[in-house]
Design a protein around this ligand. Structure first.
Ligand code: NAD
Length: 485
C-alpha cells in the first residue's frame, strides 16, 4: 500500500530484502490528525523475528562483521547525511503517523542525523586497555560487539530513539533487529531505506513491525539475541526484563517518568518560563522526560502560575501539517486516558488554572486534548504521581530546599529533573540529592544533548543510552592474559 506515503508500508526489512510477513497479515495505521486509515503495516510474528535474527547472525559472520570500525563509522556518516537530506519528508511522515507538528518532526530528524554523526565519528575511538599485571604476562582488554541486538521502540520519538540505540549498536559492530511501535512506524521503515541507500550491508539492520505481544514478545524471548534495548512503559519493561532474564542477557530499560522542574524564588523567571511550559506540551506531552510536575517556591507561586496560564491560553492546537504548537495525541485510546485523568482532576476539585482552546474546525476524528494547567496540586495527588502522557501539567507549591527535594523525589519514577536558582551552592546540593538520571540547572533538556548519557533510576529504568556511555553498553569487554616468559 503506497498512497500518500511513497513506499510499500506493509513490508518488513529482513536480510536486506523488503518482504511481506510470513503470515501475510497486516495491521491498520491510523492517522491521529483525523482518525482516517493512513496505511497498512506488516503484522510480524515469531517466524518473522526468527528470520530477522538469523539474517542478523549471518551479517555478523559475513560482510558486516568483516568491516573495520572506521568503515562502519563511514557508513553511519553516510546515513546521517541522507537523513538530513530527507529531513522534510521524514517530518511529513511523522506528522501523519504520530501527529507531531512539522517543526518538531524535523527536529527529530536532525537529532537522528546527529546521533548517526556522533556514533559514526566514535566508532573507531572505543578501545580496550593494557593492564599492569604479573611479571611474564601481558594483559589487555578488547571491546567487542554483543552480537545480535534487539531494539523495541515506542511511538512517541521513533527517530530519536532509533538514533540513540540502533546508531550506537551499529557503531560497535552489532547487527540489529528493530521492532517499531504498531501505532507509528513509518519513519522506522523510511530509515531502513536510508540505511540501504547508504550501502549498509544486508542483515546489519532488520526491521519487523508488528504488535508488541507478538513481534515484541518474540524478539524479547529469542535465544539468538544477545542484548535488548527497550524504551516504553514500565509494565512492558518488566516483561522484557523477565524475558531477558530467561536468556541471561543484558537489557537496557528506558521507561516512564514524572519529572519535576523546581523553581526557587531567586530564579530568573523570564529565562525559566518558556522551558516550564514547553517541556510539558512538546509532542502533546507524550515525552518520557516531560516536565509534568512544576514545583514552585511559595513567594513566587502565584506569579509563576499566572505567567504559565497566560502561555497556556495562547497555545494553538491543530493538525500536525499546520505546524502549530500542539498536535493530536497518538490515538483515541491515549486521548481517552488523558481525558480520564482530567475527569479525576475535576472530581477531586483540582483547579484548572488555564486551558488552551480547541478550535471548532478540528477534524472530528482527530485525537485532540486541550492543554491543561492544574494548580495548586498536592504532591500526593494521583495527577502529581502518575505519568499522564498528555499535555497536562500540575503546579505544586513548596517552602524551602528540603521540602522541594522531598516532593521531587517522592514518586516511583526518577528520569530527569530541572532546577531554577541563582544560588550556586543550592545548584550543587540539589544536583547531588535529586534521585534521577539527568539534572538540568537553569535549563531543561539541554537542547536534547545527544552527547549526554541518559537513563533513569527507580521505575524509570536502568542502563544508559546517548553519549559515549551507550557505546560501552552496546559492547562486551573481553580480557586477554598472555603468558610470554
Ligand atoms: P509500550 O510499552 O506500550 O510500547 C513500547 C514498545 O513495546 C512498542 O514497540 C510495543 O509494541 C512494544 N511492546 C508492547 N508489548 C510488548 C510485549 N509484551 N513484549 C515486548 N514488546 C512489547 O509503551 P508506549 O505506550 O508505546 O510508550 C509510552 C511509554 O514509553 C511511556 O511510559 C514513556 O514514558 C515511555 N518512554 C520512555 C522513554 C525513555 O527514554 N525513558 C522514551 C520514550 C517513551
Amino acid at each position: 500500500m503506497q498512497g500518500s506515503i511513497g513506499f510499500d508500508t506493509h513490508q518488513q526489512l529482513v536480510g536486506g530484502r523488503w518482504t511481506a510477513t510470513a503470515s501475510g497479515e497486516t495491521l491498520p495505521l491510523i492517522n491521529p490528525n483525523d482518525g482516517s486509515l493512513l496505511a497498512e503495516i506488516g503484522r510480524g510474528g515469531a517466524a518473522d523475528i526468527d528470520a530477522a535474527v538469523q539474517a542478523a547472525q549471518a551479517a555478523l559472520e559475513g560482510d558486516w562483521g568483516r568491516l573495520s570500525a572506521a568503515e562502519r563509522g563511514r557508513l553511519l556518516l553516510k546515513m546521517s547525511a541522507l537523513v538530513l537530506e530527507q529531513a522534510d519528508e521524514l517530518a511529513r511522515l511523522e506528522a501523519l503517523d504520530v501527529g507531531k507538528p512539522l517543526k518538531q518532526g524535523r527536529a527529530d530528524a536532525v537529532a537522528l542525523a546527529r546521533y548517526l554523526e556522533f556514533y559514526g565519528g566514535a566508532a573507531d575511538k572505543v578501545h580496550g586497555e593494557t593492564i599492569p599485571f604479573a611479571n611474564g604476562y601481558t594483559a589487555l582488554t578488547l571491546r567487542e560487539p554483543h552480537g545480535v541486538t534487539g531494539h523495541i521502540v515506542p511511538w512517541n520519538y521513533p527517530m530519536q530513539i532509533i538514533g540513540r540505540s540502533v546508531g550506537a549498536a551499529l557503531a560497535m559492530g552489532n547487527a540489529c533487529v528493530l521492532k517499531p511501535a504498531e501505532e507509528a512506524c513509518l519513519s522506522a521503515l523510511a530509515f531502513g531505506r536510508i540505511a540501504q541507500q547508504a550501502g549498509l550491508p544486508a542483515g546489519a539492520l532488520n526491521i519487523v513491525p508488528g504488535l508488541g505481544e507478538e513481534a515484541g514478545a518474540a524478539l524479547s524471548a529469542h535465544a539468538g539475541v544477545a542484548h535488548l534495548s527497550f524504551t516504553g512503559s514500565v509494565a512492558v519493561g518488566r516483561l522484557v526484563q523477565a524475558a531477558a532474564a530467561r536468556n541471561t542477557i543484558p537489557v537496557t530499560l528506558e521507561l516512564g517518568g514524572k519529572s519535576p522542574q523546581i523553581v526557587f524564588a531567586d530564579a530568573d523567571l523570564d529565562a525559566a518560563l518558556p522551558f516550564l511550559v514547553n517541556a510539558g506540551i512538546q509532542n502533546a506531552g507524550q515525552t518520557c522526560s516531560a516536565a509534568s510536575r512544576i514545583l514552585v517556591e511559595r513567594p513566587v507561586f502565584d506569579s509563576v502560575v499566572a505567567r504559565m496560564a497566560e502561555r497556556y491560553r495562547a497555545l494553538r492546537v491543530g493538525p500536525a501539517l499546520d505546524d502549530l504548537d500542539v498536535g493530536p495525541l497518538i490515538s483515541a485510546r491515549q486521548r481517552d486516558i488523558v481525558q480520564g485523568y482530567l475527569g479525576i482532576a475535576r472530581d477531586s476539585g483540582l483547579q484548572v488554572a488555564a486551558q488552551a482552546s480547541l478550535p471548532a474546525s478540528l477534524p472530528a476524528g482527530g485525537c485532540y486534548v486541550a492543554p491543561t494547567l492544574l494548580a495548586p496540586a498536592a504532591p500526593d495527588h494521583r495527577l502529581a504521581q502518575e505519568e499522564i502522557f498528555g499535555p497536562v501539567q500540575v503546579v505544586i507549591p513548596f517552602d524551602g530546599e528540603a521540602e522541594a527535594l522531598r516532593i521531587a523525589n517522592g514518586t516511583a519514577f526518577g528520569l530527569v529533573a530541572g532546577v531554577w536558582t541563582r544560588d550556586g551552592g543550592r545548584q550543587l546540593r540539589m544536583a547531588r540529592k535529586l534521585q534521577c538520571g539527568q539534572v538540568f540547572i537553569n535549563n531543561y533538556g539541554a537542547g536534547g544533548g545527544i552527547e549526554l548519557p541518559f537513563g533513569g533510576v527507580k521505575q524509570s529504568g536502568h542502563g544508559r543510552e546517548k553519549g559515549f556511555e551507550a557505546l560501552y553498553g552496546f559492547s562486551s569487554l573481553k580480557t586477554v592474559a598472555i603468558k610470554h616468559d
